[in-house]
Design a binder for this molecule. Sequence first.
Ligand code: ADP
Ligand code: MG
Length: 602
Amino acid sequence: MQNQKEMLSKLKFSSLLDLALFIPSNYDDTTLSDSLIIGEQITVLAHVESIKSLGNKLQINLFLPKFKRFVTATLFKVTPYHFATFAVGNELFIQGKLTLFGSYLQLSQPKKITTIDKIIPKYKTTLRNSEILQIIESLISYESLKNEGLNEVEIQTILMLHFPKNLNDIFLNKTYKSDITKTLKIIEAYNHFKKLKGKRVDFPPSMILTHDTNSFVASLPFRLTDEQLSVIDEIKLDLSNPLKAAKRVVIGDVGSGKTIIILASAVMALPHKSILMAPTSLLALQLYEEAMKFLPKSMSVALVMQGKNIGDYKEADFIIGTHALLYKDDLPQIDLVMVDEQHRFGTNQRNMLSHLASRKDKKAHILQFSATPIPRTQAMMDSALVDVSLITKTPFIKDISTHIISKEDFSPLLSHIKDEISKKHQVLIVYPLVEESEQIPYQSIEEARGFWEKNFENVYITHGKDKEKDEVLLSFREKGNILLATTVVEVGISLPRLTVVVIVGAERLGLATLHQLRGRVGRLGLKSHCYLYTHNRQNERLMKFANTTSGFDIARLDLEFRNSGDIIDGTMQSGQKFKWLDMANDEEIIKKVMMRVENRLI
Ligand code: ADP
Ligand code: MG
């Protein structure tokens, strides 16, 4: 007998519950029928009354003693086997679909069966059915399922699906009964959590970090929101845990105030050193400026970028930089590693950074920050592998109205833009492409720029491949009225005077991207507008998007439209498809299972 692992890997399964959840695609039911229902498959004892050979066909007249009825069946491509099987006077068990022809009962696709009163599960696999049946029988049992941590109901459901006694227990009108699907969802979530937990490896921290943050928080020019404070508390617990180094992802919408949390964490690390990596020079610079503005003057901060450093990073308490950090071989000992906008980095880059800061079997604490809202369900699912904090509110109530517009709305849009510029506000117009293209029925930057430059002053232009992108954005921030761009601004600097964003060909973009773009405006609470310019005003996705500004709602909408989630970390199994779970609607189930897994600490 092969061992369990070999059997599972034969089916490419990694856990017993994978196998348990691999339920039959259908069943061969040879239970003798109690009644004759037209249109249904029946299984009956039949007596061959007479036969008639018609060329290649054989017509059989059968008597069903239990029902005292006659039924005819026609066989095609007959062979001597058929003549022997259906010889007049023979009695046999037969299965077929019952139909009505005039007033005669007929059996279509009749099949002789040798076993009766059995339900044989059929599995969709490349193995022979008998082989998978054998594997299931040897591995799936009350005890083995109990060992996996399933409860009574779950165990009975799985046993029933693989070893059914009566298909009426399983199906109602040919679909699974609702309590069965619900149980399968629960087991699926449970299996997922269990696997992730098994993958999580924790190391002791290189240093316990406990510096107080009260005076830092009190020194800020604004009150932190409750969510910011509670994330800071969560991080405090992480950094003071002597058993495991922190591994947390903080996810919050653009403008939800994550920088302050980063700075508070750097304060907690004192007198030890921390490092922060940002995806672009511009962001690194902006973070550096904010650090200088908010951190206590006694704290030394250094900036490391390609070709440009500020301060001495070997001495600083807090080192901020771009991926240029990864290539420094003379970094001091660092006990807290942070990554901002972590989704912009590859897994490799993030691993390199944490590697830089680990010593033997001890690890620096790692905090990652992301503005890609993922559905709450996904965050819960991922929380088995890393700790996840969600920030769902922004410190300012963002007052953004979203409008779906078309060609005919262009002139009111123009006057609105003029109006905003006269108030010293700024406008961002996002085009799908830099150059003209046959494929896309919208203008490109190159086609549109003439118009804007002719009618407005201080029009700036940038795009993904623009080498001067950072400089353009910086001078636009100071002097610009209108910025024409592609979606590169998706991750970008804060432009506090930006109050209008126009997204051309909006229906072509994913909701997550639209959300990021819309998040550029109104960052400091100024009344703002987002115009979705499209040839299709009735686009349902855009209409729903226009009705909400919460990143978490949008992530959920995205799920509904795409039926898959965003990925918070390349190393995770995120975005994976579940067979039973519906990430958009099964939050309650996922929450319950998560709590169960946490309490058992598997
Ligand atoms: P993000 O989460 O996108 O990184 P930031 O940290 O850049 O957001 O915060 C956006 C703006 O909100 C910044 O100007 C920041 O100083 C400000 N801010 C952060 N927290 C608060 C708060 N509690 N009250 C008021 N303003 C805040
Ligand atoms: Mg940020």
